[in-house]
Design a protein around this ligand. Structure first.
Ligand SMILES: NC(=O)c1ccc[n+]([C@@H]2O[C@H](COP(=O)([O-])OP(=O)(O)OC[C@H]3O[C@@H](n4cnc5c(N)ncnc54)[C@H](OP(=O)(O)O)[C@@H]3O)[C@@H](O)[C@H]2O)c1
Length: 234
């Protein structure tokens, strides 16, 4: 088992990519702590995985500091937590774009600042392919993802010997689109899949495997991996 005896914290571990990462880390023998806001959902997942649940909100300095005080020294930290608000550049509200940065970018910043990661351990940030393949109505998401990728590279220097990397996923079928009408969601995923060289969209486990690679390859730091089913070459 690749992570036997290692302590792994997944911030955003109750759903999607974070949940797949927590499951995989657990299968590889890690002691896993998951953190997110909705306590009921968090506790249910923690019970199922035999993980520890610590409620936390990445938009709060105090909440993130308290999370890592409770965790103590750890080996690997992953941040998948984010709630994104976007819209057409000219009309999207400042409140919405600030909320996106507060959650996705400053949330990861707070985690990086508060986590006590042992030497040789790792921090993995999850950005997104919009960083380098922008789409209309998503400028703030491109910006947040680009900033996260820059942060990963900067922290790989500054936090060494802790290793810092980012995975930048393409379209992954997770509950992140739960608010979309189901038929429209399925149609969007099918259309995306048809355009990709791999013929399918991603699943949480695809990204989790990359995150576990970052945890376990001691030579990996300052790396940004675009994992998108070939989206960037189409
Ligand atoms: N899925 C995709 O297609 C895709 C593509 C590119 C990039 N990404 C990025 O990958 C990351 C994970 O996405 P996902 O698809 O796994 O999303 P998801 O299924 O919606 O999971 C998000 C997780 O983050 C938690 N969370 C959200 N806001 C939080 C906050 N303020 N504080 C603490 N926890 C918070 C959620 O739990 P609570 O709501 O209970 O807090 C949940 O556990 C995100 O950064 C997303 O932008 C996803």
């Amino acid at each position: 088992m690749l992570l036997k005896g290692k302590k792994v914290v997944v911030v955003g571990g109750s759903s999607g990519i974070g949940l797949s990462t927590a499951e995989m880390a657990k299968r590889e023998g890690a002691d896993v702590i998951i953190a997110s806001r909705n306590v009921e959902r968090l506790d249910a997942v923690a019970d199922r995985l035999n993980a520890i649940a610590i409620p936390a909100d990445v938009t709060s300095d105090d909440s993130v500091a308290k999370l890592f005080r409770n965790c103590g020294p750890v080996d690997h930290v992953v941040v998948t937590a984010a709630q994104l608000r976007t819209g057409p550049f000219k009309t999207v509200s400042m409140e919405d774009v600030r909320a996106t940065m507060e959650s996705k970018f400053w949330g990861a910043w707070r985690v990086a600042k508060s986590a006590d990661i042992r030497p040789g351990g790792s921090l993995t940030l999850v950005s997104g392919y919009l960083s380098i393949r922008p789409r209309p109505n998503s400028a703030i998401i491109s910006v947040a993802n680009g900033a996260l990728e820059s942060l990963a590279r900067a922290l790989a220097l500054e936090l060494a010997p802790v290793r810092v990397n980012a995975v930048s996923p393409g379209i992954i079928d997770t509950p992140i689109r739960a608010a979309m009408p189901e038929a429209a969601r399925r149609e969007m995923l099918a259309q995306t899949a048809a355009k990709l060289p791999v013929g399918r969209v991603g699943v949480g486990e695809d990204v989790a495997r990359q995150i576990l690679a970052f945890m376990t390859i001691g030579f990996a730091t300052g790396s940004i991996v675009y994992l998108d089913g070939g989206g960037l070459v189409t």
